[in-house]
Design a protein around this ligand. Structure first.
Ligand code: ZN
Length: 162
């Protein structure tokens, strides 16, 4: 499969306005990392892993795409954002669940602090906060899985530290 895949050539981003938190939508027992996600994303037709960073269940921060490259993680916002993905985020039945480890939250905090020094004007939010309000009624439908990502309220979580 890899043999048939063209080599990944990064395209560089001009602006960084958003730091977007995602989850892998995998069960907490699944110890996945950047290698696994790269495979999945290639199967979906991406050049390589869509995220810039992946945080494993044990809190290890792994690099995906180069930080300066355009990612593939949030429709309509890739050209001006960095994507960070936490491993986990669904329960045994596949429903969204905030089941991240304290190591992951600590690592996320540290990573966002670092990114915040490099991109001081960037806003931090969750993928679901960028969901399109398709019918314009101000309510985001819960029927679409992507809208749950990353399975917790990033802005409320941030507020506890600032
Ligand atoms: Zn997402």
């Amino acid at each position: 499969m890899n043999a048939a895949h063209p080599p990944y050539v990064p395209r560089h981003r001009k602006t960084t306005e958003l730091l977007v938190v995602h989850c892998s939508a995998t069960r907490p027992t699944l110890d996945i990392g950047v290698k696994d996600i790269t495979q999945w994303h290639r199967q979906r037709g991406f050049d390589t892993v869509g995220y810039h960073y992946v945080i494993r269940r044990n809190g290890e921060v792994q690099t995906g795409r180069p930080e300066s490259a355009i990612g593939a993680h949030v429709k309509g916002h890739n050209a001006n954002s960095i994507g960070v993905c936490l491993a986990g985020g669904v329960d045994a039945t596949g429903k969204p669940e905030n089941n991240f480890t304290s190591e992951q939250f600590a690592a996320l905090r540290g990573l966002l602090e670092q990114l915040g020094t490099r991109y001081p004007d960037a806003r931090i939010l969750g993928h679901r906060d960028l969901s399109p309000d398709r019918n314009g009624d101000g309510v985001i439908s819960s029927s679409e899985f992507i809208k749950a990502c990353p399975s917790f309220d990033v802005r409320a979580w941030l507020k506890r530290y600032t």
